[in-house]
Design a protein around this ligand. Structure first.
Ligand SMILES: Nc1nc2c(ncn2[C@@H]2O[C@H](COP(=O)(O)OP(=O)(O)OP(=O)(O)O)[C@@H](O)[C@H]2O)c(=O)[nH]1
Ligand SMILES: [Mg+2]
Length: 256
């Protein structure tokens, strides 16, 4: 029986990218004969007529699904997408992927195949040896590396090269358990901080997380949706993560 793999793509005004990204993903199907691929676009009322584009693509790709809603942040879009993939599509594997083609679909087969039973998450890592961000400005690279350093050294999360990557393959049952049991609501999950909060919970509950190096490409159209509010949320989340890590360590020490 083939594994059902849902690639969840949050997209706000990414129509020019989705027009090529969606067919490129479905073209990978022969490389993944043991998997049935679904693509779920979480489109938050984009103003660039993404909805019509998706309708046109659905005529060729029956496994292309979409959700629409108000734009309320990346994390909120992901939570809606995950709920749909888990409950409606009964996915075995869930991939997180950006809609602006900065994540190369050619990396998908490796990412998906590496998510074997027992592995909770395979992270497409920009900062692991072999990964790269060739088009990052010095400032953006500095902020990413600084953020990673703070998450590890200030907040105290177990080591990973890339906590904020948006390209990951997740085991659906382990993700579902994490969303049910973990106190994700104690961490920031509205916007981009969701990425850190989710991987933090997997790491703190000692789920196996592995990293595969990726090249993070350049956005060709439109602009980044990262806002000042996301940077502020990241900073606030660091303090919450630190408290969470310390509580975990205290519980572990008391139990031993
Ligand atoms: N549905 C939805 N998608 C979002 C929202 N915010 C961001 N996105 C999508 O999330 C993905 C990642 O956002 P980007 O703005 O590309 O973030 P980034 O890749 O870190 O930044 P750049 O490198 O500058 O592009 C893209 O597909 C966005 O369209 C949101 O509020 N709702
Ligand atoms: Mg981007």
């Amino acid at each position: 029986m083939s594994l059902r793999c849902c690639i969840v793509i949050p997209a706000y005004n990414e129509a020019p990218h989705l027009a090529t990204l969606v067919p490129a993903i479905f073209a990978l199907a022969p490389l993944l004969p043991t998997h049935e691929l679904f693509v779920l676009i979480v489109d938050d009322d984009s103003t660039d007529d993404t909805a019509s584009l998706i309708a046109a693509l659905q005529a060729h790709h029956a496994n292309l699904k979409t959700l629409t809603g108000k734009k309320r942040g990346l994390g909120i879009a992901y939570k809606r997408g995950f709920a749909y993939a888990l409950e409606r599509l009964r996915a075995d594997l869930i991939v997180q992927m950006d809609g602006d083609y900065q994540h190369d679909p050619a990396a998908l087969p490796l990412l998906i195949q590496a998510c074997r039973p027992g592995v909770a998450a395979v992270v497409g890592s920009r900062f692991a040896p072999g990964g790269s961000t060739p088009t990052f400005s010095t400032r953006r690279r500095g902020m990413s590396i600084g953020g990673t350093w703070l998450i590890h050294h200030f907040a105290g999360l177990p080591h990973l090269h890339d906590y904020t990557s948006g390209f990951r393959c997740l085991s659906a049952p382990l993700l579902a358990r994490c969303l049910e049991q973990c106190r994700l609501d104690h961490l920031a999950t509205r916007g981009y901080a969701f990425q850190t909060s989710l991987i933090a919970e997997l790491l703190l509950t000692r789920q196996p997380v592995i990293e595969l190096p990726i090249v993070f490409g350049q956005r060709q159209h439109g602009h980044s949706k990262l806002t000042l509010r996301d940077y502020l949320e990241f900073a606030a989340n660091l303090r919450q993560l630190r408290r969470r890590c310390r509580r975990r360590a205290a519980v572990a020490a008391a139990a031993s």
